[in-house]
Design a protein around this ligand. Structure first.
Ligand code: NAD
Length: 291
């Protein structure tokens, strides 16, 4: 397939490289990053999009996505699919899909989970919003870049699924970390805490797959000095997106709001910037009820 790929950063570069390695003809554009091996360089986003059957974007936020969409949509051939894999707000995703559809194009929002490791290994999970025809066109590309693609409904629903999942993740990670810190103060051994909770009703992915306590459970960023992994900054971004969506939809999300406030404090006022999001555990360890 002839593919335009815009946004060749930490995630986009390995995704584009995997598509090229699978035999697709990939032309890339990034305002800063150079294309990875096997990907041809275009002089602009519009040039990368011209003649492509699918144009993939992997960009930082909704404002940049809307600006790039404004450049590429007029350059795309009729019937082509605009496939956005960035994590952006639901409203921007729906606006871009409407712009693309008005121009006779297919549009999908397909944010991912799996991080930089999953992008490099081609094991991402895609949460996809948009029409059936576009999903069918993009399916072979999801199979190269990932291991699973779930069609979640019309435009914007991929972003909706992603931010709801990550709101649960942010809340459960904080709950797991504060419980470990309480267990420490009660004299409960961390291994015993893990052995009980990982097989009891407090169990979650945060405990059993990504345990925030070093030396306990499977290997995780806590065993590597809390080097991300999934950075606290990116968790904060996703929690803010879920709060913006909750506000637009008039949904009551008190735990999500508190998680967003705690990660904002951790990243912007404490030492959380650039650390894994599970570094909430050392944060709670050093705190008291008053601090
Ligand atoms: P990144 O900052 O490494 O990459 C973004 C790239 O977009 C950069 O190379 C930047 O130069 C480029 N860019 C910015 N404006 C541009 C423009 N106008 N035209 C062309 N290129 C432009 O970010 P990333 O880690 O690759 O993340 C990309 C997206 O994926 C984000 O929405 C992020 O939330 C999401 N995501 C990231 C991870 C992760 O672990 N890094 C995991 C899941 C989802």
């Amino acid at each position: 397939m002839k593919i335009g790929f815009i946004g060749l950063g930490n995630m986009g570069a390995p995704m584009a490289a995997n598509l090229a390695a699978a035999g697709h003809e990939v032309t890339g554009f990034d305002t800063v990053a150079a294309p990875p091996a096997g990907v041809a360089q275009a002089a602009s986003a519009a040039e990368a999009a011209a003649g492509a059957e699918v144009v993939i974007t992997m960009l930082p936020n909704g404002a940049i996505l809307k600006a790039v969409a404004g450049d590429v949509i007029p350059a795309m051939q009729s019937g082509a699919v605009l496939l956005d894999c960035s994590t952006v707000d639901v409203a921007s995703a729906r606006e871009v899909a409407a712009m693309a559809e008005a121009a006779g194009l297919g549009a999908l929002d397909a944010p991912v989970s799996g991080g930089v490791g999953g992008a490099a290994a081609g094991t991402l999970t895609f949460m996809v919003g948009g029409g059936e025809a576009g999903f069918a066109t993009a399916k072979p590309l999801f199979e190269v870049m990932g291991q699973k693609a779930v069609h979640c409904g019309p435009a914007g629903n991929g972003q909706a699924a992603k931010i709801c999942n990550n709101m649960i993740l942010g809340v459960t990670m904080i709950a797991t970390c504060e419980a470990f810190a309480l267990a420490d103060k009660l004299g409960l051994d961390r291994q015993a805490m893990y052995d009980v909770v990982s097989t009891s009703s407090g169990q979650s992915w945060s405990m059993t797959t990504y345990c925030p306590a070093p030396g306990v459970g499977p290997k995780s960023p806590s065993d590597n000095g809390y080097t991300p992994g999934f950075a606290a900054d990116l968790m904060l971004k996703d929690l803010r997106l879920s709060q913006a969506a909750a506000s637009d939809a008039d949904a009551d999300t008190p735990m999500g709001a508190l998680a967003a406030a705690l990660y904002a404090r951790f990243v912007e006022e404490e030492d959380g910037a650039g650390r894994d999001f599970s570094a909430m555990l050392p944060r709670f360890e050093t705190r008291t009820r008053e601090s």
